[in-house]
Every structure is written in C-alpha cells, then in structure tokens.
Design a binder for this molecule. Structure first.
Ligand code: NDP
Length: 247
C-alpha cells in the first residue's frame, strides 16, 4: 500500500467531494484527484480559494469541477440534503467523499476551554461531517463502490495536554468511522480515516508557530494515501485508520 503508484487514469469517471478544498491538504487532494481523472466537487468556506483551485484544475486540463460554498459551522441537515439532491441531479452518483475540513480552535489548558469554542470545533470537525455523510448516503449508494474518508490526527488516538476540544473531536471522528465501517461492512461503501501527520499547512503553523517548516512534509508528499483510498485498489480496505507518513 505504501508503494501505491496510481495509473494515470486511476480515478477516471469518479465523482469525488472534498471538504476544505480551498487550502492546505484538501487543496492538494482536490488537485491530485483531478490529475488522475476524477471530477471533483470543491466544498469550502472561502469562495475565492475554491475558485483558484477550480481555475488551476481547468488550466491543468482536468474535468470541470463543481464548487459548493458552505460554512460547516452554520450548515444544517437541510443544506446537506439540498447538496445531495444537486449531486444526484448533476452526476447521478458520488464515488467518494474526503472529509478534510477542520479547525484547530485555540490550544489551552483544560480549565480555560470555553463552551463556544468547544461547540464550534465539534460542529465543524464532527457534527458537520456526520450530517453531511448521512445526507450523502443515497448518492453514495448509487456508485458501484464508494469510499468515505475522514481525517483524524495523532491526538485523536492518544490525548495530549492543551489540545482539548480538537483532540476530542478527532477521537470522535475515529469513533464515527469505526461505527460506520462496521455498519456498512457488507455493502458497497467503505469507510476509513487518514492521519496526515505533521504537515506544512496554515493549521500546523498555528499549532507550532516556532517550528522550522522545512522539516515538515508537504501535502503533496501524502497524496499516495489520499489517492489509494479513493481508487478501486482499496476496495477491500474498511474500518482502518491509516498514517500518511511512515514512521
Ligand atoms: P488548513 O487550515 O490549512 O485547511 C483547512 C481547510 O478547511 C481550509 O480549506 C478551510 O477553509 C476549511 N474549513 C475550515 N473551517 C471550515 C468551515 N467552517 N466550513 C468549511 N470549510 C472549513 O488545515 P490542514 O490542511 O492542515 O488540515 C486538513 C485536515 O487535516 C484537518 O482536518 C486537520 O485537522 C487535519 N490534520 C492536519 C495536520 C497538519 O499537520 N496540518 C495533522 C493532523 C491532522 P478556509 O481556508 O476557507 O477557512
């Protein structure tokens, strides 16, 4: 799996939704999926960033992407159902979802965690992804095989001081993945987590402002796993939480 070498048309004819597609790891994943033939649905908060990714995909000769401007903080079940109906009408199916959008919040001692911050992080990182997946199940079932990928973190497996709500949100993400993977085990749907590991993005820079970013992997270096889990090469992989960086 670590040596996964995608064929040039590995994701041809696949329709893949990427959340947080405007920046960081999500942007790189959207560009990579398009390079390997997928039609990408770019979901995110900042429209100008999504437009820039759209333009880059077109400039590189990729299939025309779709843009879904949506703030996961305020989105309701109805937003997700409407989005699913549009995907059904436009494409007739959905082959993959990469739940990548996430927020870090503020690192702080446990005693300083405030409820609004806690709730925002849970809303964006967990509840939004859960509601979106629920709404998308009917279109995912239209695909011959569908892959749902959640984004975890090292602090979603072992807790770490001061990472409070973010860490708990990633534990919840791992739990949601496991529940779904078990529930859909005998279906066309597979559900897994990626733990990107320390990666050169704005989020990482906020968490570790003093760090030498040149020591960090770039999003491009993780793409083998992002491509693998969306490709038919991973059809038998279900319920796994996989590290994108080899130890
Ligand atoms: P970035 O902060 O660089 O990018 C996050 C993306 O999520 C942005 O495109 C952002 O959009 C989008 N987003 C944030 N909030 C919302 C919202 N409310 N609604 C819609 N979209 C939103 O983060 P990374 O690329 O570093 O992280 C990607 C994922 O990987 C996250 O889930 C993160 O927790 C996880 N991760 C990252 C690690 C790292 O070292 N970088 C390590 C472990 C896990 P906008 O730019 O418009 O705000």
């Amino acid at each position: 799996m670590h040596n996964f070498q995608p064929a040039q048309d590995e994701l041809k004819d696949k329709v893949i939704l990427v959340t947080g597609a405007g920046d960081g790891i999500g942007k790189e994943a959207a560009l990579s999926y398009a390079r390997y033939g997928a039609t990408v649905i770019l979901l995110g908060k900042t429209v100008s960033k999504l437009s820039a990714v759209y333009d880059q995909i077109i400039a590189e000769g990729g299939a025309e992407p779709a843009i879904v401007p949506l703030d996961l903080k305020g989105a309701t079940a109805k937003h997700y159902k409407d989005m699913a109906a549009t995907i059904q009408a436009e494409f007739g199916r959905l082959d993959g979802v990469l739940h990548n959008a996430g927020i870090l919040g503020v690192l702080s001692p446990f005693e300083h965690i405030d409820l609004p911050t806690w709730q925002d992080i849970m809303q964006v990182n967990v509840t939004g992804a859960m509601l979106m997946t629920q709404a998308l199940i009917p279109v995912l079932k239209q695909a011959q095989h569908a892959s749902v990928v959640f984004t975890s973190s090292g602090v979603g497996r072992t807790g770490r001081a001061y990472w409070g709500p973010y860490a708990v949100s990633k534990f919840a993400t791992e739990g949601l993945m496991q529940v779904m993977a078990d529930e859909y085990a005998n279906s066309t749907l597979r559900v897994n987590c990626i733990n990107p590991g320390a990666t050169r993005t704005n989020m990482r820079a906020r968490a570790y402002p003093g760090e030498d970013v040149n020591q960090l992997k770039t999003p491009a270096e993780l793409m083998w796993l992002y491509l693998y889990l969306m490709s038919d090469s991973s059809l038998t992989v279900n319920g796994q939480s996989i590290d994108a960086q080899r130890k």
